[in-house]
Unconditional design. Structure first.
Length: 100
């Protein structure tokens, strides 16, 4: 039977995952809205130059998109760069270091 401590740990872990997901979806929503605004704000320039693929128009979505992909990797593939146990080991290391 699970103890209250195990339930508390599972709850906190689930809460942390939900907050990370919410943060990512907020980032994605802002990315889409801002970039749509920028494209429509530059629509007259796009039509005047007959160049939909101008680098000035797509630079912001491209570079911001790299950051968004990194954010998604951190949320959906958390062990990709540092391994699954890295965070737990680091927390233990820091708590041991700062014990009084």
């Amino acid at each position: 039977m699970e103890t209250n401590i195990e339930n508390d740990i599972k709850y906190r872990e689930a809460l942390r995952k939900v907050k990370r997901l919410k943060s990512f979806y907020t980032h994605l929503t802002v990315y889409i809205l801002v970039n749509l605004f920028l494209i429509f704000a530059n629509w007259t320039e796009i039509r005047a130059e007959h160049s939909f693929w101008s680098w000035q128009i797509w630079a912001t979505p491209f570079f911001w998109g790299i950051g968004l992909i990194a954010h998604a990797a951190g949320v959906f593939c958390p062990g990709f760069l540092f391994g699954k146990d890295w965070e737990d080991k680091k927390i233990k290391e820091l708590t041991d270091k700062y014990k009084y």
